[in-house]
Ligand binder design. Sequence first.
Ligand SMILES: Cc1cc2nc3c(=O)[nH]c(=O)nc-3n(C[C@H](O)[C@H](O)[C@H](O)COP(=O)(O)OP(=O)(O)OC[C@H]3O[C@@H](n4cnc5c(N)ncnc54)[C@H](O)[C@@H]3O)c2cc1C
Length: 389
Amino acid sequence: MVDPSDLDELLRTLRRALREKVVALLAEMDERQELPESVRQLFVRLGLFALVVPEAYGGLGLNLTHLCRVIEEVATVDASLAVLVQAPATALRPLLLAGTPEQQARYFGEVASRGALFAFGLTEPQAGSDAASLVTRAERAGDGYILSGQKRFVTNGDIADYYVVFGRTGAGRGGISAFVIPAGAPGLSAGKHESKMGLRASPTTDLFLEGVRVLESARIGAEGEGFGLLTATFTTSRPTIAAQAVGLAQAALDAACAYALERRQFGRAIADFQGLRFLLADMATEIEAARALTYLASGEYDAGRPSPALAAMAKCFASDVAMRVATDAVQVFGGYGFLKDYGVERLMRDAKITQIYEGTNQIMRVIIARELLKKPGASPAAPGDGATA
Ligand SMILES: Cc1cc2nc3c(=O)[nH]c(=O)nc-3n(C[C@H](O)[C@H](O)[C@H](O)COP(=O)(O)OP(=O)(O)OC[C@H]3O[C@@H](n4cnc5c(N)ncnc54)[C@H](O)[C@@H]3O)c2cc1C
């Protein structure tokens, strides 16, 4: 376990370990859509699933800014690996926000001691952006609940040890509750690996709940508190997706600069052409702007001023930058950028998801506008402005 007081040491260790043990595997992981068990075990050893677990329970207890820095660092190597760190941090957040001392001791202890992996089950077939329309039932039964429904697109869906799942205990937003369910619970099963355009080393599956029985002690927070927990969780998770986007964009820029200096046409390095120099300059400028906004959002959260609007701005802006920068990096490589061997096409494919998950960028704009117009005398809510997922 890395000393939590020294983030720079953690980042250095991480950089070295990824370079030595993982970089050589990336192309094959992408091709085969596989996350090798050796990589998962490396992440356990580095304490990467316990980043947000408080030190009192044996975790690293990172604040949001430090979590973003770790995710940015991992994303400069690979976006799938960044989400391997990001997704459990998101799934653990409801327990951090509202878990009982017993829940925290049990689950955080398992994450810190054996690297238990948590997944987040919110999205459903008919409830994507409109998360509040979820229909997974959580019906009271004796000393607990019975859950039935289907979750879509669960990151780490078939390799997680625990699932934080949102279900309906009543009507409307106040009728959503959060539960933690162990893998292997009777009635719980994961679907097939989705075949994806990007983020291919990150397993994404359905999660089926067929009469899954849990005790009341599996509920996180009060009954009906789920939607509030969800929005509070997104205020922390969106900056981490922004950090993933910034890391990916930085990798694309670094690759583009190196190639531009090396590739020669018309008797000189292509980096000498102003057309490319301006492109690279714009890429660099946009990345710095995205990075600044990401750490503004995380810094405000850490200072006790959580802002859903800033979190949405950071996620939206940084992911749009990542998509643009990765596309431009392919352009700098010319025809070679289109070949798998050069790696930048993977960055372009991976960038796309950052504009979609943890709420699409349309929904980010809906949220930003809602927060902007919240002031007294503002116009009434627009359709879809409550969407959060
Ligand atoms: C690789 C991957 C991993 C994921 N991981 C997880 C996970 O771990 N856990 C989890 O719960 N979910 C996960 N998701 C789900 C993800 O968060 C959703 O896909 C996303 O929120 C969008 O929902 P949807 O796909 O149903 O799209 P829809 O909501 O159907 O949206 C379709 C289009 O309509 C637009 N739209 C919808 N409503 C509005 C509106 N009001 N205004 C303007 N435009 C609108 C959207 O922006 C989008 O362009 C993952 C998805 C993927 C692809």
